[in-house]
Unconditional design. Sequence first.
Lengths: 823, 165
Amino acid sequence: MSITEIPAGSLAVGQSLRRKEDPRLITGRATYVDDVVLPGMLYAAVVRSTEAHAYVVSIDGSSALGRPGIKGFYTGEDMSDLLAPLPMAWAPPGVEIKTPERWPLARGHVAHVGDAVAMVIGDDRYAVVDAAQQVHVEYEPLPVVVDVEEALKDEILVHESLGTNKAHEWSMGGGGDIEQALAASEVVIERRIVNHRTAGAAIECRGAIADYRAGQLTVWSSTQVPHLLRLFYAVQMGISEDKVRVIAPEVGGGFGGKLQVCAEETLVAWASRKLGVPVKWIETRSENMAVSHHGRDQVDYVRMGATRDGTITAFHANIIQDLGAYFGLLTPMIPELGAFVMTGCYKIPVVQTDITGVLTNKFFTDAIRGAGRPEMTHMLEVMMDQLAEELGIDRVELRRRNFIAPDDFPYETPYGITYDSGKYEAALDRALEIVDMDAFRAEQASLRERGVLRGIGFSTYTEICGLAPSRAVGPSGFGLGIGLYESAIVRVHPTGSVTVYTGASPHGQGHETGFAQIVADRFGVDPAVVEVVHGDTATGPMGLGTYGSRSLSIGGVAAAHAAEAIAAKCREIVAHNLEADPGDIEVRDGTFSLRGDPDQGMTLAEVAGCAYIDATKMPEGMELGLEQTLIYDPSNFVFPFGTHVCVVDVDAETGKVSVVRWVAVDDCGPAVNPMLIDGQVHGGVTHGIGQALYEQVVYDERGQLITGTFMDYALPTAEEIPNFELDRTETKSPSNSLGVKGIGEAGTIAATPAIVNAVIDALRHKGISYIDMPLTPLRVWQAMEEAAGRGDGPRDTEQGVSLPPQGEGSAGSGPTIPEGGES
Amino acid sequence: MGQTVPLQVSVNGEEHESEVEARLLLVHYLRDELKLTGTHVGCDTSNCGACTCLVDGESVKSCTVLAVQCAGAQITTIEGMTGDDGTLHPLQEGFWAHHGLQCGYCTPGMIMAAADLLARHTADTPVSEAEVRKGLEGNLCRCTGYQNIVKAVQAAAEAQRGVAA
């Protein structure tokens, strides 16, 4: 339950203050992209490839153009004036990447179902869809490869011009030679772990409106990165950045899916420049499932070495990353982010990550909530349970034996990443206290007697977020190599209210409330008079947007520092007027007052009156006004951590898994608004539950998308999700002045191994040691059948798990038939 | 534009007479013709419920209903939930107080589906968590994990019963 007013004498930070965003959202008064209507606006529809791989022989748009209301028809050839293809913005330092060019409309070759081949413009939302269906495209089909390990054989090439599907290979190792370390280990376990393809699936699909007039381009886009979008418009279209304005209005969820520079964003801008009128494109859900980037999708070959008494000695991951047919903005970065925290919460002396990026005839993968860290945490935490079983050591005890201890911080991992702070055992202990393990084991035994298969799973995680320091981190020099700082302008108005402009670009997180709380405390004012403005390149400073759990620990700190600089100026102004020392002025109960004599002081409004209106009250030589622009470049990432515990019931007859309990103890440093943190954990874990049990993007062997709508792609509903039991510990990060860490992705990062480990705990007595996600009823049932020796017919067997019969060339990351959804 | 048909409906208490294409979906009639953009489109297949509004008091997914099917009906959208003086409906208040929304995109549909759910709960007893979860299974939210939505709806039910939450 939230509060509506900060109690007198309390700071705003730390309070579960009601969100300032909500009044417009709960009354239907918010403005999302599709709510924006401009005079003379036309609509765009995109003609998309029905083939997964083909040459485009011809495109005939004459029937479409002849329809009433249709104003334009364009193909890739018409767009030859673009100066650059769609961007891939980051590559691992020093690694050569074979990058296929990706244009907004195909140039003679399509490489996945949904590849855009033409665009129709018209004056009515329905008319352009009708017209798009009248466009005749002749394809010359090419062989299709969808399985990532098949693609690695290079028998079928996704882009013949590249000569291979292996787009890049790179390795990072630390602590010594991995083969020697594994050879010297008393025990080595090996597993193949598939982390299947998923969708971001924000409930608002993407959309964009472009209005080009008199040399000025204005774009409204459902984006997480308005400033990056502006930059790439300038690059692609040859319009200087000062003539481009990008507005991210209300954005209906992102989850990484809107951390992209999209083909359709370029299409509407190009069409608006061509036609001289505004052009709107709104994605349908079917388009969203096909051509909004997917996430995960890697096959991991993992080896873990240990001593007999449970000390981990080495950890190696060979990751085959399914890129899809092209690269998105950050595609190659995803496994690297995971590799940065490959050792998790543990002291693992020798590690190596080998990554192979492979092209396939599917849509490209890129950052989806967690981006690399859920995959790495999944393989590590699954392996901890597998190792515990191998060694006959309790799973929780094995984790304790290998934890990095509180006094080891700052802790440098073998990769040279420096963890900022952590008290892993404290979070674990608190979670166990809530769970009550003795009671659980008794309950499990009694339920099993009644045929109910109950299991418990643990995930003790740490992750790396707060993207990102511009400079390399740690002595080994690992870093992202690009400046992912954040900016803020804090402006105190003459009447003492405050506007904060942030370069972060929220889409549900609650920045307008949380940032207001931070800034309000620095002036001793009510957060109600602090307005946070975001998502408009014409108002705020250059900013990097919202993703990677970065907004608070980078953008929030930027806002805090800017406010502190103004507060320091306020102290000088007050001191000047009270003939006191600035060091004796403190912010207390809404005024800048004299320490020890609170009756002597000035409110922020009174100080602003001096700074803007009555300059005679300003110290000699001091600049007028109360405004500060600030860019904050962090010195390190931040590393939240915690323990998640999941309890499941598995239906012995059907294989259906139900999550019956979820206990999470997270540590993201001091809470700015505890209610918002809980909300992020609820949503983050739910995203993980979705991947573990229900969600999977499935292509068939011809590269046709089977999960093209929410009929087939099963998001969890309220009925599948338990009531979460949450608590927090608070360990400050020494890396920033607020001590804060990110929390937006932590739940998703922690969740999936807790579920898989719980299901295995429920089924181990039946002889089942591992099942790949998603743990649909079919998969779990087949595993039980196989283990019981009652399975009939030949089946592929993998890690003791029976897989459904697969057609040749089927998608490697799962069965060819969607299954199991509840919706 | 194809053949048009006359349509007369009442939306949020206001009478409207329009000429619409027979195939026009209710959600596009509300959004594009009447400029009531609080009702959202999320999936096109009636899975997500972002487009939910009330037609003659019953919740309907307006992306799967033709506008002309609603001839003569009384329609309520999210914009009609707030009192003329700006007073929030107990559901709106509940969602705000209990952080039942993040990006807000599913929220209007959630509130309208919950309104139907509460209207069906005629007994003078608290609405159970299980009842709310079951009642809202046709509405998808990607942000909140549903927990605070459930709390919000239960709090609204209590407020309507005159019990302090």
